[in-house]
Design a binder for this molecule. Structure first.
Ligand code: BGC
Length: 720
């Protein structure tokens, strides 16, 4: 059950407030049509509401002078309650980090924390008091445009990174000069939308919800996250924003969340479209009963709550409860003491500092994934040419660009020049179109070089909210360019820009045929994109990222993810697969598995050691492995620990990530990596009930989720 927090200051304020003033605190809107992520809303009343002391918060306002003006108007009212300014600062404020999915491939929670701290530093001087981040919706479907904002397909990794984001933003001190509040989103299961279609419904068992979806939120609550956002999707027939089971029974009662829940943009209006409410009044009723404290963008609360209180359908104490949580947050942020907190007119002074760019570069270095390499990389002294639409492209930031200016992006072209590299260049194709002239110019340039670096990909707005795709291939003009260039018999390095896993089957085949020599997945790496790419090509950066979403062999395989449940009919004999779990026209496995990624080094995994092989409820096991960098360059290796339950009271996934450790290895160096296993490592939910699954387990210590290097342990109850 959520504990009620009462600050005397807030309680006194509450006693003085009228009902309509309290309801005003439960409304968030924008001003003069500032950024909007859904249907346009009427903002003509914003200033009047502020002056009447009947508005609680503002979203997506970018101009600090306007923010200041609105804040001064708010505190110049009877109750002097400051506004709260929220914004979507998701992977960078002005200095842009890689997209979040790319950052997750770093498997580096410390670096994610350092990066979020940098973001908080810039945002806390740019009029942002709470950021609508991190987005932790588990993402198993690359058709969904919002996978770019996520931590990928695994709940354990996402949980670890969630801690990093929140620690980085809030720094354990909401009042801090350089910190901002975090709003974790979206509660819950939004990423499981049917068909990867944004805003579509979700039907999911309780066991699935508890085992794979809730841990990041639980972790966020432990880290004292300031706010949580409910989601757009319906969950088992009831839209999340009106879903009492999700928001009240699970979030408030079971997980004990006692801070602000904000709705998503106009999602209370959408209850009518979902066909669960007949009018505004009923929409407001359902949302307040589910315990949403702030309504974002639409005005059902503003227009109907007072009437609902008067008719007795909603009690004033329910309004108090929600308003208290909003005021508590303002109090915790220190806004009553300093309403101008985080609002600076000299904000550009805090942007793009050398230290901030250095962090963005480190993050980008650890987010670029090497998928294939026949030894062509790192480049030696070959004559090289750079071709394709992304060599000079500045828009490689990805959706949710915060306050970015694309002019800040270092392109590959600029990085090559800054680093005095010799190269030839041709465009070859724009992102969506090409012509004979561009193609023949590119072919002529490529012919004169021995290695061609071919940059291809999705345009940056092809992913993000409302940008789901049914096909996951490259625009056809770029496919044509790839065909023309790879027919020349040169060594070709493909660099792919994308906000999601694309289907790369054709290019993997070309790699196997020797027509492509290496594939680098560059996502959108942000401000330092070009510097990271050039450093990676020339071996200054040794890539260390590993995939956090499985890459499908074909769209028809989706959803394809590593931790699926076992089947009663797995393939056991490759020569006889009739009546087995399979496709008859393509493999069952993904093209690239979860956890996979190459580097320029070779790391040898030794034998797994166990200090004991029997686990009891009150004991623990240490499992270790020695890994050796057998190459002559330093490297970072992620050791991944998975478990596989061999039998137990419930059927569990074929593998579950339960630990990882990113280790720096000098040339020739060996390091021992250890993990602890206890009953919590092995526990699992049966429905919403956590159970100890006694039985036999395999423990894998491996470099990706498809590798076979394991030991067995037994887990049983304590014996006396
Ligand atoms: C998105 C949220 C976002 C909000 C405010 C919505 O459309 O789903 O993630 O925080 O807009 O911009």
């Amino acid at each position: 059950m959520a504990k009620v927090i009462k600050y005397e200051f807030v309680e006194e304020l509450l006693r003085k407030m009228t009902l309509s003033e309290k309801i005003g605190q439960m409304y968030q809107t924008n001003y003069e049509g500032s950024a909007q992520t859904g249907p346009a809303i009427d903002t003509s009343k914003t200033m009047d509401l502020i002056k009447e002391g009947k508005l609680g918060s503002i979203l997506s306002l970018y101009d600090n002078d306007t923010i200041k003006r609105l804040q001064l108007a708010a505190v110049n009212t009877k109750n002097k309650i400051p506004l709260l300014f929220c914004n979507d600062i998701i992977h960078g404020c002005r200095t842009m980090l890689p997209i979040n999915l790319a950052m997750s491939t770093s498997w580096n929670p410390k670096l994610v924390e350092e990066s979020s701290k940098m973001v908080a530093y810039e945002a806390s001087h740019s009029g942002v008091q709470v950021t609508f981040s991190p987005m932790v919706n588990l993402s198993r479907d690359p058709r969904w445009g919002r996978v770019m904002e996520s931590n990928g397909e695994d709940v354990y990794l996402s949980k670890e990174l969630t801690k990093s984001y929140i620690k980085g933003y809030q720094q354990g001190n909401l009042k801090g000069e350089n910190s901002i509040g975090a709003c974790i989103k979206h509660f819950a299961a939004y990423g499981a939308a049917i068909g990867g279609r944004d805003y579509d419904g979700v039907d999911m068992s309780e066991g699935e919800l508890f085992n794979n979806y809730l841990d990041p939120y639980k972790e966020a609550i432990k880290c004292d996250v300031a706010m949580m956002m409910s989601s757009f999707n319906s969950y088992n027939g009831i839209p999340a924003v009106a879903n009492k089971y999700l928001l009240d029974d699970v979030l408030r009662k079971k997980l004990g969340f006692n801070k602000v829940v904000i709705t998503d943009y106009a999602s209370v209006n959408e209850l009518r479209k979902h066909k669960v409410a007949k009018d505004e009044k009923e929409s407001a009723y359902l949302a307040i009963k589910a315990k949403n404290d702030i309504e974002m963008a639409s005005t059902n609360y503003l227009d109907s709550l007072e009437e609902l209180v008067k008719s007795g359908e909603v009690s004033e104490s329910e309004i108090d409860e929600a308003c208290r949580r909003v005021l508590n947050l303002k109090y915790e942020l220190g806004l009553f003491e300093n309403p101008l907190k985080n609002i600076y007119s000299d904000f550009p002074k805090y942007w793009l500092k050398d230290e901030s760019r250095a962090i963005a570069k480190k993050m980008a270095d650890e987010s670029i994934v090497l998928l294939e390499n026949d030894g062509v990389l790192p480049l030696k002294k070959e004559k090289v040419s750079f071709i394709g639409p992304f060599v000079k492209e500045k828009k490689v930031v990805g959706a949710w660009g915060g306050k970015c200016d694309y002019n800040d992006t270092v392109t590959i072209y600029e990085a090559l020049n800054n680093k005095n590299k010799k190269y030839d260049y041709a465009l070859g194709s724009n992102i969506f179109d090409t012509n004979e002239e561009l193609i023949s110019e590119a072919v002529n340039v490529a012919k004169k070089s021995s290695v061609v670096i071919l940059t291809v990909g999705e345009e940056q707005w092809m992913s993000g909210e409302s940008h789901s795709r049914a096909r996951l291939d490259l625009p056809s003009s770029q496919e044509r360019l790839i065909d023309e260039i790879t027919n020349l018999g040169k060594k070709v390095i493909l660099i792919i820009f994308a906000g999601r896993p694309l289907v790369l089957t054709k290019y993997k085949k070309m790699y196997l045929e020797g027509k492509i020599s290496a594939i680098l997945y560059a996502w959108y790496l942000g401000t330092e994109s070009g510097n990271t790419i050039v450093d990676t090509l020339y071996g200054v950066n040794n890539p260390s990222a590993k995939l956090t979403m499985s890459f499908p062999y074909d769209v028809g395989q989706i959803p394809v993810y590593y931790n699926h449940l076992p089947s009663g009919r797995p393939i056991e004999d490759k020569n006889n697969t009739d009546y087995c779990l399979r496709y008859i026209d393509m493999p069952l496995e993904p093209l690239y598995p979860f956890g996979y990624g190459m580097s320029y080094s070779e790391v040898k995994y030794g034998k797994i050691e166990l200090d004991k092989d029997k686990l009891f409820d009150n004991s623990k096991i240490t499992v270790s492995i020695s890994i050796t960098n057998t190459s002559s360059v330093k490297t970072k290796e992620v050791v991944e620990m998975y478990i596989e339950a061999m039998y137990g009271v419930v059927s569990r996934p074929v593998r579950e990530l339960k630990g990882f450790n990113k280790v720096l290895l000098k040339p020739g160096e060996t390091k021992k990596v250890s993990f602890t296993i206890n009953k919590d490592t092995l526990s699992y939910y049966k429905g919403s009930k956590k159970v100890n699954c006694y039985g036999k387990y395999r423990v894998y210590l491996v470099s990706d989720s498809s590798k076979e290097n394991f030991v067995e342990i037994d887990y049983s109850k304590n014996t006396k």
